[in-house]
Design a protein around this ligand. Sequence first.
Ligand SMILES: [Zn+2]
Length: 377
Amino acid sequence: MYGRRNGGTVVLGGGRASARRWPALRRLPVPPPSYLRPCLDLPLDPLPLAIELMEHDSTTGHEAGVVDHVADRLMAEGWTVERIPVSPGRDVIHATASPSPTVTLSTHLDTVPPYLPPRLDGDRLSGRGACDAKGIAASMWCAATRLREAAFPVALLFVVGEETTHDGAHAANLVPNASRVLINGEPTESTLALGTKGALRLVLRCEGRAAHSAYPELGHSATSDLVRLLAELDSLKLPSDPLLGDTTVNIGQLAGGVADNVVAPWAEARLMIRLVSPAEEVLAMVREWVGDRATVEEGNSVPPVRLQALSGFPTSVAAYATDIPVLANWGTPYLFGPGSINVAHTMNEYVRVAELRSAVDAYERLAVAALDRETGR
Ligand SMILES: [Zn+2]
């Protein structure tokens, strides 16, 4: 059980703002004991819910199992569930409890590989998705449960495909909705992000001419060309921004050549650039730098984003990209989540249980404060 019991009520830390406008947030009735409510198992503690979500391997492209599970569970809890199709078996889940909810809590159900099953070790929940982002989904779900009990106009939006092409968010953004506030969840160490860097994927390709490696003068090595080109990257001047910092470039994957004893006829580098300025500006700079020494293939990009602060919440800047720019039709965006991006995508992914639990309060306060600002109260 989560929450302080006080004379027949559970006192939930909704904060002063929420208590003033939504008094029910402060004094929810104690839910009946679990043996009396076999069909009404409302999630109030994000820990078991996070573990439940993490028991599904939902590496991007394989989210169908967790999506079905989440949809079924939300419907059993009385949410109206809309499934927004993305690709066969992969749907975005939109859960509502009132006709036109104005605040949407959203994060992603897909994860990066490899799958790591959940493990609880004291205050530490480890495994794939612990902080990115199934733990966050669980905290949001608990917060939405409380908000809904207080008749606050809240919705949940759980997307797929965030870790690769953002196809879930693209599909969700086409759906008409009345949302005026989007609270997106990614691990920000429980701070409100003031901005996020964007991202641009590029492939640089060099072409050579194969020859016997004993007679390199008869061919032309594409791998040598590519290595020389990439060596210049560190001295390339790319934009920086006072809030977001520097543009950075990661040489994520290299490939090329056909055999040790053949002069390489081809080579390619897959780059991921973290943007602090529009993608077109950086793309033009890269093309000018490369000239005719390679071809530049443009992959998908996400622009950098500037976000709002709210009083009472510590702030930060995130160097990673999120679904926020793609979900432009879901209202004024905010970004907040328990856990650290420093352990996301690693074999050591974890979140502290205490942080997961306090995020429930935080999402509840954020929802109320953000809607207050939106409606000018
Ligand atoms: Zn994430």
